[in-house]
Design a binder for this molecule. Sequence first.
Ligand code: FES
Length: 242
Amino acid sequence: MNATIKFRIDGTQVVTKAGLTIMKAADNAGIYIPRLCDEKGLEPQGSCRICIVKIGGQIVASCTQPAEDGLEVENDTPEIRNYRRDLVKMLYHEGNHLCPICEASGRCELQAVSYYLGIFQPTKYPYLQPDRPVDASHRDILLNTNRCIRCGRCIRASKTLDGKNLFGYIGRGIHKQVGVNGENLANTDAKVGDAAMALETCPVGCIIQKRQGFFAPIGKRRFDLKPLGTNSVKQQKGGSEQ
Ligand code: FES
């Protein structure tokens, strides 16, 4: 039986079949909730917390929280936006993100979410400037973990879509990052056609297909053409920080 439930996001009624997450129901209703670790076709991981919403005073991740009848969900509020901004800012400070020279600029979800949230300049936290080597060993693929945000999308894509288990987390705490199951990428069975290497799998510029850099000119890049949140019935109001 396909039960129908009704709940509200920022006062807008959402009618959906039961069993969906809040994020999925919001997507179906045309309401944008920012995200980084979630990707269509992959099991939710619930780790980046950019998709947080507030329900009854509790902060939850909308990509893993089931939608329920009668919920009142706060999504695009000044409080939630500020939490999201802090989370996004910390990602810049944990890694080495040099947007102006990054091949993923203009199609990078971290950059696009930042713009959506009104983050346009360096912020208050100290830059950790970790020393991470670039793995350019593979003929067709470059792995630059300086840009990794530990979303785990490549790990899940390799495991569930490619059946390879090519990637995994190594290290702990702020030293945690993505590693490969070999001495380097060239010593694995990575192929440029793997789902894990697809342009939309890595949300940043960590996994780069060689000889494909800067393939779209400024003005025609993915998020130049369609910024995140475009077509949402609840458009972001005001991009400035609060
Ligand atoms: Fe929900 Fe990352 S998208 S926690």
